[in-house]
Write a protein that binds this ligand. Structure first.
Ligand code: PHE
Length: 349
């Protein structure tokens, strides 16, 4: 009996060894490797089975068979470890290959936006006035009657209120009809400091809607308060602005006008930047374009702002940004500026 077993075991070891080798050659995937491990080293695996059989051997044979089986087990374990890392490397290589990115392919590209022509003009206007020493101020779009009218010398019954047909929220609160209320807000903070030089840019609202009027539009307001400033300084400032904005050959002209908050007041025209003053479609053959209102600040307005009209004076001006953008870019209908048609907007960079 013992004889039998002692010869039987070494044979079985050789057999299992051969089986392990050929089975190992078939291992191609991590799953194969797992089955292989179970087949030979698992609880019911062949090598485990051999080890269990050792107990039945006579002591002399047990030692040698034990050494052989353990060697085989070691060998199979080493094969498994090696295979594990080579399968891992292969998987990694496959993954890298699958995920390869061709950096030379054209990108998906998000279309770049462009600045709105009104904003382009606003930026340019601000730049010009900042370079002339003006500060940029802001004020609320929802204003009180006091700042929008009263403090600007436009009394309750003043006809100027009608010409600015307004959006009222309550009898005392409205969407501002011009940027002039920012003059008062700025003076209230600055007075009695001089010189005060400010521009305010922003949205304004009136009940108009046609090819050259929009219910919402933008204005640029300018105000200077100083000791002994003059109409000549106003004119010089506006000429410097017009030349930077429309070209160095530009001329301006002041026509007497009326605003409750300035005295004297003027409408200011620039020589038509399209025809240079000769007359064309854009300037309706007049050679001039009306771009702004201006004047010397009324003493009542200075007083409302906290300045002493006996000690200081000032000049102010206000212009419509859409009008300037339309001239600038030869746009014939103001609505184009608000329709947000990308074919139109994409032309301005
Ligand atoms: N606020 C005036 C308007 O909207 C423009 C203006 C501003 C005129 C400042 C004179 C001085 O028509």
């Amino acid at each position: 009996m013992t004889e039998q077993v002692s010869t039987y075991i070494p044979e079985q070891v050789s057999e299992v060894e051969a089986l392990a080798k050929s089975a190992f050659d078939q291992v191609k995937t991590p799953e194969d490797l797992q089955s292989f491990r179970i087949e030979f080293l698992g609880k019911k695996g062949m090598i485990t089975y051999l080890l269990k059989g050792l107990g039945q051997l006579p002591p002399e044979a047990r030692r040698e068979a034990g050494i052989r089986i353990n060697l085989l087990r070691q060998e199979v374990e080493d094969l498994i470890t090696l295979k594990e890392s080579s399968l891992g490397r292969e998987a990694e290589a496959r993954r890298l290959e699958a995920e390869v990115i061709d950096v030379t392919l054209p990108g998906k590209g998000t279309p770049l936006g462009s600045r709105h022509p009104v904003n382009l003009v606003i930026l340019e206007i601000k730049k010009i006035f900042v370079s002339l020493g003006f500060e940029v101020w802001e004020g609320p779009e929802i204003e009180t009657d006091y700042y929008n009218f009263e403090a600007l010398n436009i009394g309750r019954d003043h006809p100027a209120r009608d010409t600015q047909d307004s959006f009222y929220i309550t009898p005392d609160i409205l969407l501002r009809t011009h940027t002039s209320p920012v003059q008062i807000r700025c003076m209230e903070i600055k007075a009695p400091e001089v010189p005060l030089r400010m521009v305010a840019v922003g949205k304004t609202y009136r009940r108009d809607n046609d090819a050259t009027h929009s219910p919402m539009f933008h204005q640029v307001e300018g105000l200077v308060v100083d000791r002994g400033t003059s109409l000549a300084e106003l004119k010089g400032t506006l000429l410097a602005f017009a030349r930077r904005m429309f070209g160095s050959e530009t001329r301006i002209r002041l026509r007497p006008s009326h605003f409750p908050f300035t005295e004297p007041s003027a409408e200011v025209d620039v020589s038509c930047p399209i025809c240079g003053g000769g007359g064309c479609g854009v300037c309706k053959q007049s050679g001039w374009l009306e771009i702004l209102g201006a004047g010397m600040v009324h003493p009542n307005v200075l007083r409302a702002g906290g300045y002493d009209p006996e000690a200081v004076n000032g000049f102010a001006f206000g212009m419509g940004v859409e009008r300037i953008a339309m001239q600038r870019y030869a746009i014939d209908n103001m609505r184009l500026l608000f329709e947000n048609d990308l074919r139109f907007l994409g032309q301005f960079r």
